[in-house]
Design a protein around this ligand. Sequence first.
Ligand code: PLP
Length: 367
Amino acid sequence: MNRPYNFSAGPAAIPEEVLQQAASEMLDWHGCGMGVMEMSHRGKEFISIYQTAEVDLRELLAVPANFKILFMQGGGLAENAIVPLNLSKGGTVDFVVTGSWSKKSFQEAGKYASSHLAASGEASGFTSVPDAASWKLSSNAAYVHLCSNETIHGVEFQQLPDLKALGCDAPLVIDFSSHVASRPVDWSRVGLAFGGAQKNIGPAGLTMVIVREDLLGHALSICPTAFDYKVVAENESMFNTPPTWGIYMAGLTFQWLKRQTEGGLTGIAAMQARNMAKAELLYGYIDNSQLYVNQVDKAYRSRMNVPFLLRDESRNDAFLAGAKARGLLQLKGHKSVGGMRASIYNAVPLVGVQALVDYMRDFEKTA
Ligand SMILES: *Cc1c(COP(=O)(O)O)cnc(C)c1O
């Protein structure tokens, strides 16, 4: 029997092939007599797992040579503090707030720097993104922060802003937790990207930070040593024990990503094509239905997280129960938005989205 389709926002679905490989290697990794969770992070076995994961991520995301890839702990919320501790120099930091996650980042940075709200989509209920030309960027910001995919509100930047063209020399920091590896990244516009692994990469506990080298070495003196990017980079993410299991699982996912093909494309380009097809199928159905509605501005709709409401909210529980019975799991929306949310990350195949649409159509007919 097929496994159910899992639409969780995070921790989220992991490709079945990855889970199966991890299961088969659980007790004995490559004949060394140990499972990955049991091995020293400084032994040659784990070092090879780590190095392969790093090289594969760099290749998949086309990370330029002047960026460091750090594997840390703490998740996205810890990065909300770790980024200003490392980059703010205690000065002004600009925020473009487009949903719950960037709002949290804005609030947390205020503990270490002076957070400036350059733009906010809150007046629209976070259903759209203020036009970049209207952003009130500071002349002296240490960096500009945005969340490139808002997991709760389903708002995604389809392209990153070109800060230079807006007259701003500050580096751009992006929280790409919930769409990393779903599409290419334009590194020419980015100074630092961070993301927790548990949306699109693997288990919770691993945080990826990809940072331009010139941004290292400016941490505030109060920055915990284990969170000083320069220290982490100099020690190849092994100043403290890194999340070894998470790195291993991420590495298996990276290899899975490299194997993916779609109409002559491979890797992230293949995922992007597939994710576009998935999103088109689901939004297309919602927009043409009488029962369901997605309120996000079409120009900013997320390909990964699709929140939708039932026009008749009294049917929510029946919708969820029927979905579960069909093997369609974790569709309940975030409590702050209500309704439903289908997270259609890389590990959710097109046939899974088709199964969801088929169910939604059948449910609509039973009104
Ligand atoms: C899930 C998520 C986070 C929070 O990650 P934690 O690991 O819980 O700290 C931060 N930002 C975005 C965009 C997310 O989707």
